[in-house]
Ligand binder design. Structure first.
Ligand code: DGY
Length: 348
């Protein structure tokens, strides 16, 4: 059998590379770096005649690249659940399959979504910098220092009327549902959601009956803004959701609410979000993604904003999850070049 060439644009770890290397008949061409984005010259020189391409989401899969690969290309596999870096019609036109990595990262991203909600509402950004900048000695404990809204509910607080806390979701796919499941344990009382404009994932079945609290589809997405105490942005990126959250949405939110974005930076207008935090339209924000990342310096409006907690896109960063993503990406590309059904195929 002649060799099937598989180009891999990042070192995705031994467990996944073993899957490729142990597959008979593959010629694996690897950009052997874990943290450096593949150089264009290297990719241009190696992509020709590839049967399979395994990438991470920093690579743009477009007409130019696919044309350079040539007619052998059968499968592109991305080590990500997001596919907004892939021009789907370019693959569809040529019958190239696309593999992606859903499910395996759901728990890790749901964990970080809850973490960001807690961090944003409890002023953790400001609190950590006070400690790190050596300002704690001048700040004795004070009765209302650092206080923010509490996202858990409990009768033990002895409040005159029971509190209702609504979690709002822009996009209600797997990660949103896993996030809600975690929040129910905190005592969230209601959930409100909208689909992400177009529901791009055919797997998404909204199993509202699975939740022990009322889960309601919002009349429109501004209702999510108006009625939620925490808004989670969990939509896919891309043109359809570009700046879905802008000034109008943020101005409609409660002044005690927080906005959490663990999905794609392009969905939220950063300038509008920084202004919303600065001018007190909302309580604060927690983002794991920012438009234009990783070129986000210390002068970025969201980094400078004390009420915004910023993480550098680490939502799926647990060893277990990244290993599972890498393995699934490897299995997808192997199946694709062999002409077999992909374990996780994204419909293009
Ligand atoms: C994805 O998979 O799309 C994430 O953004 C990286 O885990």
């Amino acid at each position: 059998m002649s060799h099937l060439k598989v180009v891999v644009t990042r070192n995705i770890g031994a467990a996944a590379l073993d899957i490729l290397n142990q597959q008979k008949g593959l010629n694996v061409v690897l950009w052997d770096s874990e943290d450096r984005v593949v150089e264009k010259d290297w990719l241009d020189a190696n992509i020709k005649d590839a049967h399979g391409l395994l990438v991470v989401f920093t690579e743009k899969i477009n007409e130019e690249l696919v044309t350079k690969a040539g007619p052998n290309l059968k499968a592109v596999s991305t080590m990500s659940v997001g596919v907004d870096h892939v021009e789907l019609p370019v693959l569809a036109k040529r019958g190239i399959k696309l593999g992606y990595t859903p499910n395996v990262l759901t728990d890790a991203v749901a964990d970080i979504s809850v973490m960001l909600a807690l961090m944003a509402s409890r002023n953790v950004g400001q609190a950590i910098s006070i400690a790190q900048e050596g300002k704690w000695p001048g700040l004795p404990w004070s009765p209302f220092g650092f206080c923010g809204p509490q996202i858990s509910t409990s009768s033990a607080m002895g409040l005159p009327t029971p509190r209702t806390i609504t979690a709002g979701f822009l996009g209600f796919g797997r990660i949103a549902r896993a996030t809600l499941n975690r929040l129910i344990g905190f005592g969230i009382t209601h959930a409100l959601y909208t689909d992400s404009g177009k529901n791009t994932d055919p797997d998404e079945e909204h199993e509202k009956k699975d939740f022990s609290i009322p889960v309601t589809r919002a009349k429109d997405f501004m209702q999510v803004a108006r009625e939620s105490d925490i808004v989670f942005v969990l939509t896919p990126g891309g043109k359809e959701t570009y700046h879905l959250v802008g000034e109008e949405f943020l101005q409609a939110m409660k002044s005690t609410a927080v906005l959490i974005n663990p999905s794609r930076g392009t969905v939220v207008d950063s300038d509008a979000l920084a202004k919303a935090c600065r001018e007190g339209w909302i309580w604060g924000a927690g983002v794991d993604v920012i438009e234009g990342e990783p070129n986000v310096g210390s002068d970025h409006p969201l980094i400078k904003e004390p009420r915004c907690v910023v993480l550098p896109h680490i939502g799926s960063a647990t060893t277990e999850t990244r290993t599972a993503m890498a393995r699934l990406a490897a299995e997808n590309v192997v199946a694709g070049v062999l002409g077999q059904p992909l374990p996780a195929e994204y419909p293009v």
